[in-house]
Structure formats: structure tokens, C-alpha cells
Ligand binder design. Sequence first.
Ligand code: NAD
Length: 262
Amino acid sequence: MNIDMSGRTVLVTGSTSGIGQAIATAFARAGADVVVNGRSRQRVDDTVEAIREETGGTVRGAAADVSTSEGADSLIDQVPDADVLVNNAGIFSAAPVFEIPDAEWSRFFEVNVLSGVRLARHYTPRMVRRGWGRVIFISSESSIFIPTEMVHYGMTKTAQLSVARGMAQEVAATGVTVNSVLPGPTLTPGVEEFIRDRIGPDVPFHEAERRFIAEERPSSLLGRLIRPEEVANLALYTGSDAGAATSGAALRVDGGVAPALA
Ligand code: NAD
């Protein structure tokens, strides 16, 4: 399958590291005009440079904190229009469910859910008017397989599925699709640190990875962490012409961790 994104502007939130950076890189390699977003101007500039060097593509940056309405407005000022919106920015942390205060529930909702809702509210109607567009929410297998140690995170990831499905219904038959992509445990810098902490800093990482999956994610059918590029492959397909018949879906790239049939 040849995916050609030339002529399309693709905005990926939280793309200065991890999965977001891999998605921005994949779209740049496919010929899209890519916008990298993160909170720090310096990290945005560095990432733009790195992706340009790696792909030779057209990449620019827009620094903004997407977790606030002011930040969303600032991003929209810098990037008034997009053909593909990837709502990737997100946070996670472990906490016992009965000890999570109100403010933390609200913060997780603001960063992981409302950020994407605000941006979709701006960009999607414009896509509909042009008759083509793609909105992708980067959710998680934690949306359907709630982690006991991160219920507040799971709550936000489930909410993204509802939002994406509802928006897809709203834009039915317009040429615009809205989907969620559900990665499983993926080797990003944050996850690497988390595993090193849990398994022990002296264990070689490939052994720590094997033990983490075997002991803490035993339902994985992959037997290793997913690579960010593997998540990016599904996001790229979903954001392309080839993905036109996929809308309102929750698409798993979780290595089979979630023991679900569909
Ligand atoms: P990461 O921490 O490596 O990257 C997150 C990015 O978002 C960073 O660039 C960060 O600067 C940015 N960001 C965070 N808050 C922001 C804000 N308010 N405004 C703008 N940018 C902001 O994370 P990751 O592991 O690559 O995760 C990316 C997405 O994938 C998240 O939504 C996460 O829930 C989801 N996910 C990750 C995994 C995994 O195992 N890594 C698994 C399932 C789902």
C-alpha cells in the first residue's frame, strides 16, 4: 500500500517525544506538511529539526499547552486549519483509586480528554466543509482493560472512545472520519524509566522488558513492548485516503494485551 499524504496538513499534539513524535515522523515521511506541538518552544524546535533531518519532509512547530483553553486558542492561532488532527498529548501516573483527589481527576480529564475535544471542535467542522478530514484520538488499551493502579487514567481513555464515536456519528457521510487508536505498552522514554524503576536499574533493559511483560502484562500476545513506530503505522493508515472506510472505530495496536474479541 502506497500512502501519499502530500498536500495534507497534519497536526500532532504532544509530538516532542514518544508516540507523538513517531506519528509526526511517519506523516512527514509520507509527504504531509506536519506540525509538531509541545509545551516547550526549545523541545518543539529540536524535534522539528530532528524530523526534518530524518525524513527531509516539511515540518514546522507550534508551542502551546493543549490542556488549557488559552493554550488551545494559542495553538489554533498558530495553526488555523488542519486536514488531520491527531490528539496524542496525554499524561499517566499510578495512584490508589481511593486516594486520588478531585483536582487530580479534573487534571487528567483536562489534559487527556478536553484538550482533544476543544481542538476537534475547531478543526472538524472545517474538514467537513472541505469534504475531507481525519481526527484521531490516541487512547489506550487501558480504555477497555482498566488498570487498577491508574483508574483515573483509564477513565480518560474510555472517555476518548465515547467522544470519538459520537463525533464520527455527527460527521457521518461527509468524507471526514473520527477514530480512536489504542496502543498497548509502548517503549517510550517514560515507559522505559517506569520499567527500570520497577524491575531494577542494574538489569539489562532487554531482560527488564521481558520480565515486565511476563510478570505485569502476561496477556500480551506479542511478548515485548510495542515500538512507537508500530503505533504510528496504524495512525498513518487511519489518517490517509486508504482509511476512508474506517470511522467511529476503536483500533487496537496493543500486542493483544486486552483480552477482547473485537
Ligand atoms: P510521552 O510522555 O512520551 O509524550 C507525551 C507528549 O505529550 C510529550 O511530548 C509531552 O511534552 C506532551 N504533552 C503532555 N502534556 C501536554 C500538554 N498539556 N500540552 C502539549 N503537550 C503535552 O507519552 P507517550 O507514552 O508517547 O504517550 C502519548 C499518548 O499515547 C498518550 O495519550 C498516552 O496516553 C498514549 N499511550 C501511551 C502508551 C505507552 O505505553 N507509552 C500506551 C497507551 C497509550
